[in-house]
Structure formats: structure tokens, C-alpha cells
Ligand binder design. Structure first.
Ligand code: FPP
Length: 255
């Protein structure tokens, strides 16, 4: 299946017409946007130009997701591990949400998109947080697509933090150890209130999850693509959704 997908998704392949079943659109699509650096290297450009073009692909994915009726779109924009990159690249990535929102926020407001952020705010620069907070505030009453940026996000830390909060509640006598369920963990995650992704897309050819939504992806359908993120467009989202629609989701059962 993966090989088939890879051939479908090579960027030099002619695009095929995709028709979707409108009653089976994934409610939540999550995307690991990988391949910006390689896209730039291949063109002899600095890596940051890859990220700059990756930002444009975020817009294309958002418009396409909104158009087909996806309710939640989560984009992995910066991981807790990405701080290990050179300072210039990190600084550039930290400025991107501000730049993206300066260009796109009015249109997102108009298109009824709700912007959210999911991540550990402690290490983020104040200008990054301020841009996200302004966008969240201006769009909080919007009822359309939820565009959720995972920024300084790490799934293991998120799970550890959830467990810590539950331990605090136990210590405070608000919760008993025997009462803890999966739902308690879920409701203390950074993604609380957002349903688990139905579909995860990863571009850039790597076949791994990279500490992204490990708890929430337990039963998601995974679609991997060789294309680099800056090449991602409407047709790639539609192809991934078409692939999702071919899958039978059994959640560990038999039907
Ligand atoms: C991984 O590609 C990509 C990132 C670490 C950054 C992703 C960010 C964007 C696509 C832009 C986000 C836009 C907004 C609006 C926040 P890589 O650099 O690891 O690529 P490589 O594997 O080819 O080196």
C-alpha cells in the first residue's frame, strides 16, 4: 500500500482527478509538514526559504481542508526537538506564525476559520505567543474550520504533563487513583476538546511519527508521501483524503 501511495504521490507524476465521498470526510486531519530543508537544498537555496515556501503550503492546505469540510486541521509547525537546530533557523521558524498571520489573518477571519495553538508556551518568544493569541482572540467565535498550530509541541512531554496534573488532583483529594480512565489522560492533554485525528499525513518521505500526537493517533489512518512540504497543494490533500476513504477502520474489531 505504501509503495502504491509513493508512486501516486511522487511530485513528477501527472495529477489524477480525485473524487471524494462527501459523507466520509475526515473530521480531523493532522499534518507533519516535512521536507522544507530538502526542497530548498535541491534548489541550492538556504533552508529558511524552504520554510518560507512551507508557509505558503499551509495556506493551500487550509483552503483545501475548509473547502471539503474538514473540521479540524492540525499542523506540526515546531517540535520540542526542533530547538536543536541552528539558532538562525529557529529564529526564522519562530517568526513565521507572526508573518503568516500578518498576511492571512483577515482572510481567515472572513472565512470563519478559528485559529488555535497547541504547544508548551514556556520557551516560545513573546512575539510568537502574542501573534497566536491575537489570532485566537480574533477568531474565537468563528464556527468553521479549526486551524490548530502545534508549536513547541512534544507528545511525550504532553502525556507526562497530563499525568502530573492528575497526580496533583489525587494529592489534593480531588480524584481517586482507582477512578483514573483514559478519558482523564485525554482531557488533560494540550489537545483537550479536539477529537483525535482521523487522518495523519506526513510529507517528506520519512515513515515515522516524530513525537507527534502519539496518544491521539492510536487509531488514525496514516498516509505518507514522498513530496516535500513546500510542494503540497490542494490535490495532495484530496488524494490523501481519497486514500483515507479507501481504508476500513476497525478500531481493533472485526468489521
Ligand atoms: C520540517 O522540515 C519542517 C519544520 C520543522 C517546520 C515546519 C514549518 C512550516 C512548514 C511553516 C509553518 C508555518 C506557519 C504558518 C507556522 P525540515 O526542515 O526538517 O525539512 P528536511 O527534513 O528536508 O530538512
Amino acid at each position: 500500500m505504501i509503495n502504491l501511495l509513493r508512486s501516486l504521490w511522487k511530485s513528477d507524476q501527472p495529477r489524477k482527478t480525485v473524487s471524494l465521498q462527501h459523507d466520509n470526510i475526515p473530521e480531523h486531519v493532522a499534518i507533519i509538514m516535512d521536507g522544507n530543508g530538502r526542497w530548498a537544498n535541491r534548489r541550492g537555496l538556504p533552508r529558511i526559504i524552504g520554510h518560507q515556501n512551507g508557509m505558503k503550503a499551509v495556506k493551500r492546505a487550509t483552503i483545501a481542508a475548509d473547502e471539503i469540510g474538514v473540521k479540524y486541521l492540525t499542523m506540526y509547525a515546531f517540535s520540542t526537538e526542533n530547538w536543536k537546530r541552528p539558532k538562525d533557523e529557529v529564529d526564522f521558524l519562530m517568526r513565521l506564525p507572526q508573518e503568516f498571520l500578518a498576511i492571512e489573518l483577515d482572510e481567515l477571519v472572513e472565512k470563519n476559520v478559528q485559529v488555535r495553538m497547541m504547544g508548551h508556551t514556556d520557551q516560545l518568544p513573546s512575539y510568537t505567543i502574542a501573534a497566536m493569541e491575537e489570532a485566537a482572540e480574533r477568531t474565537k467565535d468563528n464556527t468553521g474550520l479549526v486551524l490548530n498550530f502545534a508549536l513547541n509541541y512534544g507528545s511525550r512531554r504532553e502525556i507526562a504533563d497530563s499525568v502530573k496534573s492528575l497526580c496533583n488532583e489525587i494529592q489534593a483529594g480531588q480524584l481517586s487513583l482507582d477512578d483514573i480512565t483514559e478519558d482523564h489522560i485525554t482531557s488533560h492533554l494540550l489537545s483537550a476538546g479536539i477529537p483525535d485525528p482521523d487522518l495523519l499525513i506526513r510529507t517528506g518521505g520519512e515513515l515515522r511519527l516524530s513525537n507527534f500526537m502519539l496518544w491521539q493517533l492510536a487509531y488514525s489512518e496514516l498516509v505518507f508521501s514522498d513530496i516535500y512540504w513546500p510542494e503540497f497543494g490542494r490535490e495532495h490533500l484530496l488524494e490523501a483524503v481519497a486514500e483515507f476513504q479507501q481504508r476500513t477502520r476497525r478500531y481493533g474489531g472485526l468489521t
